[in-house]
Design a protein around this ligand. Structure first.
Ligand SMILES: [Zn+2]
Length: 138
């Protein structure tokens, strides 16, 4: 986990850990800054069906469009593609097997993981923590 984290350029992570802690809710801090995972089904954004944009809860960068959202049945908000230049990935073997971690390109906040069992056209499933996102209706 720390090895993967160190590969991420400092970018907009100019805030100190203390500053992040003050800026975010305890739940969002746990996910974005500590690589936590929210309980499945706990985010109201999973059932969000309106048109709009999902932003990073850490730095407000637009990350996902409602046009790429789908109901995966996993209990987490799921998308088949991120917006351009919005997210970056790194390898994560925290659970003893390889997963691809997804993080915000601007603040490096941890968002979730991407899996290759998603729907067309990409076949990808971006499995996001709702607490790491904020929804802006169109
Ligand atoms: Zn961010």
């Amino acid at each position: 986990m720390l090895a993967a984290w160190s590969l991420i350029p400092a970018a907009a992570s100019a805030l100190t850990d203390d500053e992040w802690r003050k800026r975010l809710s305890p739940q969002a801090y746990d996910v974005l800054r500590q690589h936590g995972t929210e309980a499945p089904g706990s985010s109201p954004l999973e059932g969000e069906n309106r048109k709009g944009t999902y932003h990073c809860a850490g730095c407000d960068l637009a990350l996902f469009s409602s046009a790429t959202k789908f109901h995966s049945g996993t209990g987490w908000p799921s998308f088949w593609a991120p917006m351009r230049h919005a997210v970056a990935t790194s390898s994560d073997s925290e659970l003893g097997f390889e997963r691809t971690e997804v993080h915000c390109v601007r603040c490096a906040g941890h968002l979730g993981h991407v899996f290759d069992d998603g729907p067309p056209p990409t076949g990808l499933r971006y499995c996001m923590n709702g607490v790491a996102l904020s929804f802006v209706p169109a």
